[in-house]
Ligand binder design. Structure first.
Ligand code: DSN
Length: 479
């Protein structure tokens, strides 16, 4: 434990040093803390990293180029970067029981790109190169590569569709993943909202993907990774899981057995800043056979690593190995379920009828609203959420019909199930009192809405009062 005043002193001193150069930056940093302290944050992908994690990022590691990986760098003088990268990887392997960990990706998308690249390099380019036998890689023309790919005949990805809760990088056609791969998506059962594993198996049999992707950014249920692996094996696909959203629940042993992706997947990607509560960044875990290609992520896919962020990853992963993190992970889910139950009791409609992870999706069409209208109305009342598609969304990916809510951040603040019921009441009050607006020509608007200012003010005050009992970063006093 650091001494009681150490954190206040550290942040105050940092701001003083920054203020001497560009006071507006120091002011914005202080304002961000004040805003975060005041807002009821229900964004499922956000959290509050520890002071130790935040402080580990502000140092000289930022000045160092370290392309390559531990012990095999393209720059001299990386001995200290080696130390922190090896430490972060060791904590990741131990925490998740993984054979190999690569802690350089700058974000979740970067982690996914490294994974795609590693699978392509391992399963497409390596055999193709073997066929090219005596020819040198540098001698292969672009036409040679295309010919080899065609010959090999498989650069296909099967992932969860965006409106069912999958991520853009799981093969959404306009995204780079949808350009790199011929893609097909699996959705959810229209009646239950749940993944239908028989349908996934059928799609896999028809499409024969090179990569089967599981994982989500807006699916409120567990995924059975043992079944998904069996499906992948049945068609010879590499099984990849993007656990960015629920990595904290895996780390905290809430998701075990069939629901822990690490023993089942060939390759697992994640961010480090969501339920895992680390610094903003990404990470790849994989089976030994993919390790060599994954470790070539930088410079083959990524720009220079961010050693200062790897230092913070090492700190946060060490924190996640402590017993109290398991308790935190359990509370995240208990809170999400209490919030979902509170909403259902008040008449809200939730995708799949509830949750067994850290998030829930409210279908706001039952309140006569689009996601865009609901998101803004809630924000007016001091409740920060984000709009999200629902399966087969009639309002498309911009306006949407859903609101995604999640509990990792408020759980870090210490709120519990009783407070979740109060929050359900506040959300329901706002949504039930918001009216959809109209365009100038009288047609219905998907963006305009009306919410009585008195209602917004009252809810906002109630949200602030609720938060007063749960101070954010209580050990940090900037005054
Ligand atoms: N932006 C992340 C989320 O909110 O889920 C995914 O990229």
């Amino acid at each position: 434990m650091s001494s009681p005043n150490a954190e206040s002193t550290a942040f105050r001193s940092a701001l003083e040093v920054i203020r001497a150069v560009e006071p507006r930056v120091a002011d914005a940093i202080a304002a961000e803390l004040a805003d975060q302290r005041e807002s009821l944050k229900l964004i499922a992908s956000e959290n509050y990293a520890s002071p130790a994690t935040l402080l580990a990022m502000g140092n000289w590691f930022s000045d160092k180029y370290a392309e390559g990986t531990v012990g095999r760098r393209f720059y001299a003088g990386c001995q200290n970067v080696d130390t922190i990268e090896a430490l972060a990887a060791e904590h990741a392997r131990e925490l998740f029981g993984a054979a190999h960990a690569y802690v350089q990706p700058h974000s979740g998308i970067d982690a996914n790109l490294v994974a795609f690249w590693a699978v392509l390099a391992d399963r497409v380019e390596a055999p193709a190169l073997k066929r090219a036998q005596a020819r040198q890689v540098n001698d292969l023309t672009e036409a040679d590569w295309f010919a080899l790919r065609r010959e090999l005949g498989n650069q296909r990805m099967l992932g969860m569709s965006l409106d069912a809760g999958g991520h853009l990088t799981h093969g959404f056609r306009p995204n780079i993943s949808g350009k790199m791969f011929d893609q097909r998506s699996y959705g959810t059962d229209p009646a239950t909202g749940l993944i239908d594993y028989d349908k996934v198996a059928e799609a896999a049999r028809e499409f024969k993907p090179l990569i089967l992707v599981a994982g989500y950014s807006a699916y409120p249920r567990k995924v059975n990774f043992r079944i998904m692996r069996e499906i992948a094996d049945s068609v010879g696909a590499t099984f990849m899981v993007d656990m960015a959203h629920f990595a904290g629940l895996v780390a905290g042993k809430v998701f075990t057995g069939d629901f822990d992706p690490v023993p089942h997947a060939h390759i697992v990607t994640t961010t480090t800043h969501k339920s895992l509560r680390g610094p903003r960044g990404g990470m790849v875990l994989c089976q030994p056979e993919l390790a060599e290609q994954v470790d070539r992520g930088c410079p083959m896919v990524l720009g220079g690593p961010l050693p200062h962020v790897m230092a913070a990853k090492a700190v946060a992963l060490a924190e996640a190995r402590r017993p109290d993190f398991a308790d935190y992970a359990q509370r995240i889910v208990a809170n999400a379920q209490a919030l979902a139950e509170g909403l259902l009791r008040r008449g809200a409609t939730l995708v799949t009828g509830g949750t067994d992870n850290h998030l829930a999706i409210i279908d706001v069409t039952s309140y006569g609203l689009t996601g865009r209208q609901a998101e803004q109305a809630l924000l007016d009342a001091g409740i920060v959420t984000n709009r999200n598609s629902v399966p087969q969304d009639p309002n498309g990916a911009w306006y949407t019909s859903g609101i995604r809510i999640g509990t990792p951040a408020l759980t870090t603040r210490g709120l519990g199930t009783a407070e979740m019921d109060t929050i359900a009441e506040l959300i329901h009050t706002v949504l039930s009192q918001t009216r959809p607006g109209a365009n100038a020509d009288g047609t219905p608007s998907k963006a305009k809405y009306a919410l009585d200012a008195a209602v917004a003010d009252k809810v906002s005050r109630q949200a602030s009062e609720l938060l007063t009992g749960f101070p954010l970063y209580p050990t940090v006093d900037l005054t």
